[in-house]
Every structure is written in structure tokens, then in C-alpha cells.
Design a protein around this ligand. Sequence first.
Ligand SMILES: *[C@@H]1O[C@H](CO)[C@@H](O)[C@H](O)[C@H]1NC(C)=O
Ligand SMILES: *[C@@H]1O[C@H](CO)[C@@H](O)[C@H](O)[C@H]1NC(C)=O
Ligand SMILES: *[C@@H]1O[C@H](CO)[C@@H](O)[C@H](O)[C@H]1NC(C)=O
Ligand SMILES: *[C@@H]1O[C@H](CO)[C@@H](O)[C@H](O)[C@H]1NC(C)=O
Ligand SMILES: *[C@@H]1O[C@H](CO)[C@@H](O)[C@H](O)[C@H]1NC(C)=O
Ligand SMILES: *[C@@H]1O[C@H](CO)[C@@H](O)[C@H](O)[C@H]1NC(C)=O
Ligand SMILES: *[C@@H]1O[C@H](CO)[C@@H](O)[C@H](O)[C@H]1NC(C)=O
Length: 414
Amino acid sequence: MQPQVPLICEILGIFLVNLCTPNDERVTNKYKRNTDKFEVDYQWNYINYTWPTPEDYTNAVDTGKYIPENNVMAGIKIYKDYLYIALPKIRTGAPITLAVIPRNSKYKENALLRPFPNWRMHTGSNCATLQNVQSMEIDSRGVMWVLDGNRFNNFTQCPPKLVLLDLKNRGKVVHIYEFSNEICSKDGGFLNDLVIDESDGGFAYITENSAHDPGIIIYSRANNKAWKIRDKSMFAEMEASNFSVDGLVNDKLVPVDGIALSPIPNRKNEDRLVYYCALSGYHLYAISNRILKNEQFCKTGAWRRFIKAVGIKQGQSDGLAMDHEGNLYYGLLNMYGVGKWNIYEPFNNSKIIDQNNSTIIWPDSFSFDGQGFLYVLSNGIHKYFNPDYDLKSDNGTKFRVMKIYTGTKSYLLT
Ligand SMILES: *[C@@H]1O[C@H](CO)[C@@H](O)[C@H](O)[C@H]1NC(C)=O
Ligand SMILES: *[C@@H]1O[C@H](CO)[C@@H](O)[C@H](O)[C@H]1NC(C)=O
Ligand SMILES: *[C@@H]1O[C@H](CO)[C@@H](O)[C@H](O)[C@H]1NC(C)=O
Ligand SMILES: *[C@@H]1O[C@H](CO)[C@@H](O)[C@H](O)[C@H]1NC(C)=O
Ligand SMILES: *[C@@H]1O[C@H](CO)[C@@H](O)[C@H](O)[C@H]1NC(C)=O
Ligand SMILES: *[C@@H]1O[C@H](CO)[C@@H](O)[C@H](O)[C@H]1NC(C)=O
Ligand SMILES: *[C@@H]1O[C@H](CO)[C@@H](O)[C@H](O)[C@H]1NC(C)=O
């Protein structure tokens, strides 16, 4: 039965939240809104998997194919009842690069990760299997766009690729696109993060985070074609290059990394803005999707005039996340925090929504869960990139998946 809603609520509902929210919903929302801080949902001291047999596990440990402390998670995305996790191979002994856990599991600590879509996609030597995944995004139809393009080390010689997996069909591979060496080198290239624009047959905007050729890659699904733009706004900033997180200095010059897309416009043909920032940087930039989608224009160089410098963040960020109301969430690595800015307001209205130096240690990847929560993964990933850092004797909590109630959903939805 539909509850009775006064007419005034249909017109002014968003201004009269208390009057217009049905009673039972008000109670749950009050409970949900109780959290104005991130709360830990899952955590891990080390990553382990649902091995097919005990022998497989023992064998992997004995041969060094699996070295527990070297496994690291980087990208998270939630779809329906599952949390998907990307596991880049940064050090040796990391056998799996994409995995999943059920969200209703009662195991919130050291939950075993199930390789996704299956073991075969991780053990094959053939380049159609997953090699080294940094992150992924899930479109509104339940297709996961996987960036298998972490090639900063030489663990694989396979070309970087985008792999489309149908989550409604057990992760069946529906498409693979291999990037040419000019767009992303199989020797040193680094597809880092992406957003999906579902207009005009579908586009992915991807940050290429390699030291030698950083930029933004545009992939058109309709034309099955990719191109790349490069600009100094995508380079690291010297003055933001040296910062310390959890006792370890990060002084690498890390270029463009975080990327976000403004909400779906009310009128279909309006532009959307693609936001991006270098990891070693404070500046946030944006450019219209209309510019990026125009391959010929991207070749001219004239496109650079359309880059907007939108603000100076309080600190360095890895991942970004946009909700359907235009709130941009960004990690603040050096401040153990998360910032929030509504893109329809001046940037100086941005706020730090939470800070915690014992839990928000390198907020890396974000995901909305479709039920009003925003999730963030903190992973201390700079420790994995630093070969001198001794992971083995660091036995504390390494990874936390935390949530906060925002009442909003992903930029992919209306
Ligand atoms: C890893 O998981 C397997 C089950 O897949 C289990 O048998 C093994 O004991 C676990 N290892 C550790 C160190 O937890
Ligand atoms: C891979 O890189 C490591 C060091 O980064 C080097 O020792 C090794 O020889 C390289 N292997 C190949 C096959 O290039
Ligand atoms: C980098 O920062 C650390 C502290 O975070 C400081 O000790 C060090 O001197 C800095 N190095 C440079 C080159 O600025
Ligand atoms: C934000 O910037 C606007 C103009 O750019 C200025 O008028 C306003 O005072 C600033 N607000 C704060 C809180 O600094
Ligand atoms: C940091 O998080 C921990 C665990 O959730 C909590 O106990 C602690 O109070 C938080 N610290 C601050 C300053 O909020
Ligand atoms: C962590 O944050 C608390 C306040 O929230 C502060 O008192 C403490 O000095 C900080 N510790 C470190 C190591 O930065
Ligand atoms: C980590 O190791 C230290 C010393 O080796 C020990 O005191 C501590 O209890 C360990 N912590 C955990 C969570 O195992």
C-alpha cells in the first residue's frame, strides 16, 4: 500500500524533509544518518583466497606463488549483494587480481576473497585472462569495465586492456579491447582509474598514470576505438610531491590519477564535466565530455583551452567519487581524511568530512552501494610501492573498507 503523501510534499518535498518523510522511513534514516564518520565495515590483516583445495593452497605457499603479506587491494566497487575488489600485482606472490566477497557475510575480518569471475581467468598464461588489474567501474546495466592495464612492472608482457564482464551472467566476458603501445605501453603503462559516460554508445575516460607518458585515455565503445590527451595539468606538482603517511614518506612524482564525472544532466544534450587530478598535486581540473568525445578535436591541441582549473584541494588525493547530486568526494592522503565539494558551489565551500589517522590511512577507492552509503577503501598502498618497506613484520590491520551515510547514489544513476 502506498502511504498518503500530502500534495505540498510532492512539490516542496526536498525542503520539508521531516514533514514529508514517511514515519517508518524517518526512523531508519535517522538511524542511518547517525553516522557522520566513516565506520569500518570490513578489515584485513592479510589477504587470503577461497583456494580450490588445501593442496592448491599449500603448494602456492611452498612455491612462493602466494606470499600473503604481498597481496594488496586497490579498487572497490559494489553491485547489488557483492563487493568487488581489484588486487594489483605490485610485489611477487600475488596470484589473483580481481575478487569478490558477499556483502551479507558475517565474516568482517580477514574475509576470504573469491577470485572473480573464476580461477581460470587468473591462472592462464594467455593474454585474454586477467593479468594486473588496478580498478574497475560498473555501468547502469551491470557490466563491469575492468582496467587490466597495470604494467608499471614486468610481471606480464600482455598489452594493457579493458575487459567487460557481465555481472548478471556470472561475470561472462562480453568484450575485450587491447590498447596500442602508443596509447598505453605494455612496458611501463599504467591504466589507473576510470569513469563511464553512457551517452552516444558509451565512453570510458581513463587516467594513464605512468611516469613516462601520463594522460587521459578516451575509449568509445560504439566505435571500439581509443585516443589519448596529454597536458601539463596531468603532471605531478613539485610542491605537492613530498608527503608522509603513517610514518612513510611518499616522494615519488605521481601524475594524473583520480577521475570523476558530473551527474547526468536533466537535458540530454548538456555537457558533463570530467574532473581529474594528479596524485602528487593539489589542483583539481575539469574538462567537458563534449571535448573529450571529439577525437579529431583532441588531435588539434586547441582542446587545451577548455581545461578549467576548478580548485585547490586541502591535500593530495588518490581516488575521487561523484554522486548523483554533484557532491565530489576526494581522499586527503596527507591528512588521513576525506573531503567533499558540491560542484554547483564555489570550491572554497568544500569541507573535510572526516579525519582519522588510525583508520583512514591512504583512502584510495570509493564506491556507492545503491542504498545511500558511500564506501571507501584505505590501503596504505604507498608501502607496497616502496621496495624498502618491510611488509612482513607489519602485522597490523592493512585494509579497511569503511562506510558513511550520504543518502545519495553514483553519478551513473539518476
Ligand atoms: C587461507 O585460506 C585457506 C582456505 O582457502 C585456508 O585453508 C588457510 O588456512 C588460510 N590461511 C591462512 C593463513 O589463513
Ligand atoms: C623484471 O624487472 C626486474 C627488476 O625490476 C628485473 O630484475 C628482471 O630482470 C626483469 N625481468 C625481465 C624478464 O625483464
Ligand atoms: C620530505 O618530507 C619529510 C617529512 O614529511 C622531510 O623529513 C623531508 O626533509 C622532505 N624532503 C624534501 C626533499 O623536502
Ligand atoms: C568563497 O569565494 C567567494 C568568491 O570566489 C567569496 O566571495 C567568498 O567569500 C569565499 N568564501 C569563503 C568562505 O572563503
Ligand atoms: C578513529 O577511528 C577509531 C575506530 O573507528 C575510533 O575509535 C576513534 O575514535 C576515531 N578517532 C577519531 C579522532 O575520530
Ligand atoms: C592522530 O590524530 C590525533 C587527533 O585526532 C592526534 O592527537 C595525534 O597526534 C595524531 N597522531 C599522529 C601520529 O599523527
Ligand atoms: C604484532 O607483532 C607484535 C610483535 O611481534 C605483537 O606484540 C603484536 O601482538 C602483534 N599484533 C597482532 C595484531 O598480531
